[in-house]
Design a protein around this ligand. Structure first.
Ligand SMILES: Cc1cc2nc3c(=O)[nH]c(=O)nc-3n(C[C@H](O)[C@H](O)[C@H](O)COP(=O)(O)OP(=O)(O)OC[C@H]3O[C@@H](n4cnc5c(N)ncnc54)[C@H](O)[C@@H]3O)c2cc1C
Length: 439
């Protein structure tokens, strides 16, 4: 049986970063992931010369440690974040609320009237927050539709703490200016985005790779008393300390040798998340997307968002070619009604219908799903998350990353989350050995 000082579960950015830090300080660490290759949601894949990411990914983290690992070690391309929106056949610069100029006059009047008449209150949910910021007409016709597509629920099911900094809230002067001129400033929350020159987003993470990675290892059972983890292929490993970045609900349900309090099990079951389908298309010709990525508001069009790998980096496609990946979201609140293959066919038909490319230009297609994409900020999240974290604290288990911390963590934050847990373990182990030597 393999025995580790520290076992890290989940080899996405958080787990990779934890394992890397521990390994560098001489601690015997094993990193186990259900996927064959490392990277988690940040891994890339290639088909016949076309490289795609797992959903749209770019780095905008400015933390010096993250930069030293990602951008100082890998050549990258800099992009200015300039996106578009598609609604009822019209392209609108992002964010829509600041760039109404392309909408017809009646639509602009309705939006501006709603904006002027909006009521300031203390919002109890995301729906009320949207109405307070943008007014009723805009809310109903843009973000509420997008919420149903991206978050898979009505906006009033979401709370509001996650919104800060992610949704631009313009002044009336900005709304009016954007309705009269296309000369509006870029208000994206990040001024620059970085992407590897070659190899897709996943190649940013190769500096974290090491012999400690074990792929195709899905955790099925966790034994707390004997400190053992059992994987789907039958392997059992022994550990002194455990760090986990796998989804909290999976972790709690894997505990097999002690009775987990009902309150903790119920909390785990109440955590909500979205899942995603990725429809990837490689093209022999150039597509007609106006930007690296764009959002689609029409609810009869399946994808919420589409990005273009060839704009991220020309090395993602063969010479003269281009590519697109469409994202379609689902959850227990909005289950998939069709098979991934049917979704792929329908999405490609719709992309052709939008005039993005022609059917005869298609070189390769692919469809795949990710069960855990975004955690959902439904109302119970903070209470449930705390119950589970408090319980894991009593067991001495470290939880890291997007699905361990159960937060809206970007790549850089996930790397730092893994590093911070590893530093805590390093410190506690060095204190322990100091006292042992003292005795
Ligand atoms: C649509 C979308 C777009 C995004 N865009 C950006 C962006 O542009 N920039 C940015 O910085 N961040 C972006 N992110 C966020 C980024 O993907 C995450 O911050 C990051 O991947 C989190 O890393 P992690 O290691 O915590 O989790 P993950 O990457 O999810 O890794 C968790 C790992 O746990 C493994 N696992 C799960 N269950 C088991 C099990 N039972 N046994 C063993 N292993 C298991 C999984 O296979 C996975 O490898 C985006 C995320 C999404 C969903």
């Amino acid at each position: 049986m393999n025995k580790y000082d520290v076992l890290v579960l989940g080899g996405g950015p958080a787990g990779l970063s934890a394992a890397y830090t521990l390994d560098r300080s001489g601690i015997n660490v094993g990193l186990y992931d259900k996927n064959e290759s490392p990277g988690g949601l940040c891994r890339s894949f290639s088909i016949d010369g076309f490289t795609f990411d797992t959903f749209a990914h770019v780095n905008f983290c400015k933390d010096p440690y993250v930069i030293s690992m990602l951008e100082d070690k890998t050549d990258f391309i800099t992009h200015v974040p300039e996106a578009y929106n598609y609604s009822k056949g019209t392209w609108i610069r992002n964010p829509v609320q600041n760039n109404l100029i392309n909408l017809d006059v009646e639509e602009r009047i309705k939006i501006i009237k709603g904006f002027i008449e909006r009521k300031i209150n203390v919002p109890e949910n995301y729906d009320q927050w949207l109405r307070m910021q943008y007014g009723d007409y805009f809310t109903d016709n843009y973000p509420a539709k997008y919420t149903r597509k991206y978050w898979t629920v009505e906006p009033d099911m979401l709370e509001t703490k996650w919104v800060e900094g992610r949704m631009y809230t313009p002044s009336i002067e900005e709304v009016l200016r954007g309705a009269m001129t296309s000369e509006t400033p870029n208000v994206h929350y990040s001024k620059e985005m970085h992407y590897p020159a070659k190899g897709g987003y996943g190649s940013f993470f190769t500096p974290f790779y090491g012999d400690y990675f074990n792929g195709s290892k899905e955790l099925t059972e966790l034994r707390i008393n004997s400190k053992e983890a059992v994987f789907k292929d039958g392997e059992t490993v022994n550990f002194e300390e455990l760090v986990t970045s796998i989804p909290l609900d999976i972790l709690i349900h894997s505990i097999s040798d002690i009775k987990v309090p009902e309150e903790v099990v119920n909390a785990a079951d109440s955590l909500d998340y979205t899942s995603g389908v990725m429809v990837s298309v490689g093209l022999n010709k150039k597509h007609s997307s106006p930007s690296l990525w764009f959002y689609i508001y029409d609810e009869d069009i399946l994808p919420a968002r589409i990005y273009c790998p060839d704009i991220k980096s020309p090395a993602n496609v063969p010479d003269g070619c281009s590519a697109m990946q469409a994202e379609i979201y689902y959850s227990k609140y909005k289950p998939l009604k069709k098979s991934p293959e049917q979704i792929k066919d329908e999405t490609i038909r719709q992309m052709i219908g939008m005039g993005l490319f022609r059917g005869e230009d298609i070189a390769v297609t692919d469809v795949r799903t990710e069960k855990y994409a975004n955690i959902m900020f439904t109302k119970e999240i903070y209470k449930a998350r705390k119950i589970i974290h408090d319980y894991l604290d009593t067991l001495g288990i470290y939880y890291i990353g997007r699905f361990g911390e159960w937060g809206y963590l970007w790549t850089g934050q996930s790397i730092l989350s893994g590093q911070s847990a590893a530093e805590k373990i390093k410190n506690s182990r060095s204190k322990k050995s100091y006292f042992e030597n003292d005795i």
